[in-house]
Design a protein around this ligand. Structure first.
Ligand code: GDP
Ligand code: MG
Length: 177
C-alpha cells in the first residue's frame, strides 16, 4: 500500500496452537510487547495482537491469534482458524503429553485451513534445562515427519522467540510472492 509510516505491504494472520500452559500467551506477549508474565491464566488474554516486521524491505503486519484459554475446554471456535496463513504449534519441553498432542492440534488446524499452510513446531521453556523431558532428536523427528521447521524457544528469557515467528512469516511470505 502507499505512503504513510503506519501502512504495510502485507498482513498475515497466524495462530498459536497447542495444549494449555505450554506458553502460547507468553510467546505472544514476548513477541508483540517484549513482556513476560508468571500468571497469564487469570488474565483471560487478548484474542490477538499485532507486530510489524520487515522482510526483504516489505512491511509485514503480523496478526497473531491466541486461543485465550479456550483450549482448556478442548475446543477452539472455527473463527479462530478462519483466514489464518500460518501456525506455531507449541509444546512444552518439560511436558511430554503436550508433545504427544501436537499431531491432534495439527489435524484440527488442517480441518480449517489449506493442507500446505506453513507451520513451525515450537518446543517452549528451553530455559528449564533440568526439567527437560522431550529431546531435540524426538522433536526434530516429528518435525521431519510433518515436514515443518522446528525451533526451541523460551518466552521467559526471550531466546529464539522472534526467530520462530520470523521463520513462520518468511515461509508465508515466500509462498505468496
Ligand atoms: P498458555 O496456556 O499456553 O497460554 O501458557 P501461558 O503463556 O499462560 O504460560 C503458562 C505458564 O508457563 C505460566 O506460568 C508462564 O509464566 C509459564 N511459561 C510460559 N513460557 C515459559 C518459558 O519459556 N519458560 C518458563 N520457565 N515458563 C514459561
Ligand atoms: Mg494462554
Amino acid at each position: 500500500k502507499s505512503g504513510g509510516g503506519s501502512e504495510y505491504d502485507f498482513i498475515f494472520k497466524v495462530v498459536l496452537i497447542g495444549d494449555s500452559s505450554v506458553g502460547k500467551s507468553n510467546l505472544l506477549l514476548r513477541f508483540t510487547r517484549n513482556e513476560f508474565r508468571l500468571d497469564t491464566q487469570s488474565t483471560i488474554g487478548v484474542e490477538f495482537a499485532y507486530k510489524q516486521i520487515i522482510i526483504e524491505g516489505k512491511k509485514i503486519k503480523t496478526q497473531v491469534w491466541d486461543t485465550a484459554g479456550q483450549e482448556r475446554f478442548k475446543t477452539v471456535i472455527p473463527q479462530f482458524y478462519r483466514g489464518s496463513e500460518g501456525a506455531l504449534a507449541v509444546f512444552d519441553l518439560t511436558k511430554p503429553e503436550s508433545f504427544e498432542h501436537i499431531n491432534t492440534w495439527i489435524e484440527e488446524l488442517h480441518r480449517h485451513t489449506p493442507a500446505d499452510i506453513p507451520i513451525v513446531l515450537v518446543g517452549n521453556k528451553s530455559d528449564l534445562v533440568d526439567q527437560r523431558k522431550v529431546s531435540q532428536d524426538q522433536a526434530k523427528d516429528l518435525a521431519q515427519r510433518l515436514k515443518v521447521s522446528y525451533m526451541e524457544t523460551s518466552a521467559l528469557n526471550a531466546s529464539n522467540v522472534e526467530q520462530a515467528f520470523i521463520t513462520l512469516v518468511k515461509s508465508i511470505f515466500y509462498k505468496k510472492i
